[in-house]
Design a protein around this ligand. Sequence first.
Ligand code: SIN
Ligand code: FE2
Length: 202
Amino acid sequence: MRKPLKIAGFEIFKDCLTPAVQAEMVADLRAVAQAAPMRHPVTRWGKQMSVKMTSAGRVGWISDRRGYRYEAQHPDGMSWPDIPQKILDLWQNITNLDREPDCCLINYYGEGARMGLHQDNDEEDFTFPVLSVSLGDDGLFRMGGIERGGKTQSVWLSSGDVVVMGGDARLAYHGVDRIRFGSSSLLPDGGRINITLRVVQD
Ligand code: SIN
Ligand code: FE2
């Protein structure tokens, strides 16, 4: 593993995954989405998010009128599929942790989708890092500090890039301002997939 770029405590591993591994991951994620369909969640205030989401793992992250939380079942009632083995292997390789993640959140950004600045703070344990993998179109990733409204820096994430949000960056604000729709040919219909692996409770 090459040395990561470090920006505001975020560790960015460019070009971490070969095109073949990226394609295998996409196939695995398609199978997850077949078993646990993607949907556009709504926020507590009833606003529909522009990204579509589903999860794999022991628990999945959901948002609805009751707020943000982890649940053991998809809103349609099924259990979340297992986290694909290649994704668990990547977690192991990068983090060197024995502990497996509880949740693999899968976000799909279609044309025009974005994600506002937020903290990942619905977990009970912040000692473990969050690991993010980008697949498909480029996304402009914005990184800030642990206070809302602070200075931010941005980097374009491309297919196969991996980001570790750990240590000081574990609770740092981050978001995706826009994607370059059609910039990658990995997904036949375009768009960007981002997965984040999280330990939810210890
Ligand atoms: C997220 O914060 O959940 C997604 C980040 C990304 O899409 O790169
Ligand atoms: Fe996040």
